[in-house]
Design a protein around this ligand. Structure first.
Ligand code: 5GP
Length: 227
């Protein structure tokens, strides 16, 4: 068997292969993303800093998404591939994305003109500048949907208990939070408190002890997060 392998072993080919790997490795290590920054913005803040560019009326009164920025510990990542942005064609899709990720520099379009490129230029910019840098893991549709999932708990939304639980769980490095809801008569449970548990020195987040969890007060379905 070994003899067979040896007879077919082409030194030249191996050399070229090693050379190729050595050439590509630093490139892939330096340009691959190692973490993601989920950036949200306070609309009133954006408009105070950029009064001339602030066009959105009414201005949202919740934090909205600016972007999801893939990063690398040694290098700034920007415009990593040439993959172009795909315009949303459906008004409902546009509206769903706009709800959490509005372009504050544009007025609200109508159903007739929402397809104009200017009404998606912010998303296009974010995709090209940042999204393409995590494209190997999150192709465009996934990049947008996963980013929106990260912000799925906001006042006025009707999240499910499990989505609130898992979002907080991920946000605090996979530790169990303690949710507390109050259920008014004949209504859905309303989210009132989110508890995060620490060690006594307050240096480390831990799972909230299961024996005292109040998450059961939220039931198992949709809850209300009043605006
Ligand atoms: P980046 O280009 O890295 O995504 O972020 C910086 C730029 O985003 C700044 O020029 C800032 O003005 C812009 N920006 C932040 N929020 C918005 C927004 O809602 N709409 C648009 N068009 N630009 C925004």
């Amino acid at each position: 068997m070994c003899q067979l392998l040896y007879c077919c072993w082409d030194d030249g080919l191996v050399f070229k292969l090693v050379l190729l790997i050595l050439m590509l490795c630093p490139l892939t290590i330096n340009s691959s993303f190692q973490y993601l920054t989920f950036v949200q913005q306070w609309p009133r803040g954006y408009c105070t800093v950029n009064p001339s560019r602030c066009q959105r009326i009414p201005l949202p009164t919740v934090f909205t998404i600016h972007g999801l920025w893939p990063g690398n510990f040694t290098k700034i990542l920007q415009i990593c591939t040439t993959t172009s942005y795909t315009q949303l064609q459906n008004f409902q899709d546009w509206n769903n994305r706009n709800l959490r990720w509005p372009d504050l520099a544009k007025p609200l379009p109508t159903m007739q003109n929402f397809q104009e490129p200017r009404f998606q230029s912010f998303w296009k910019h974010e995709w090209k500048k940042h999204g393409t840098c995590s494209e190997n893991m999150y192709p465009e549709a996934t990049y947008f949907s996963r980013t929106i999932q990260l912000s799925n708990i906001f006042p006025g939304s009707n999240p499910t208990v499990s989505s609130v639980n898992s979002t907080i769980y991920r946000a605090i490095s996979n530790h169990v939070p303690d949710l507390m809801c109050v259920t008014p008569p004949h209504q859905t449970p309303a989210l009132v408190e989110i508890g995060i548990c620490f060690t006594a020195t307050m240096t480390t987040i831990i799972d909230c002890p299961s024996q005292f969890l109040r998450t059961g007060s939220c039931g198992i379905g949709t809850i209300n997060f009043p605006a």
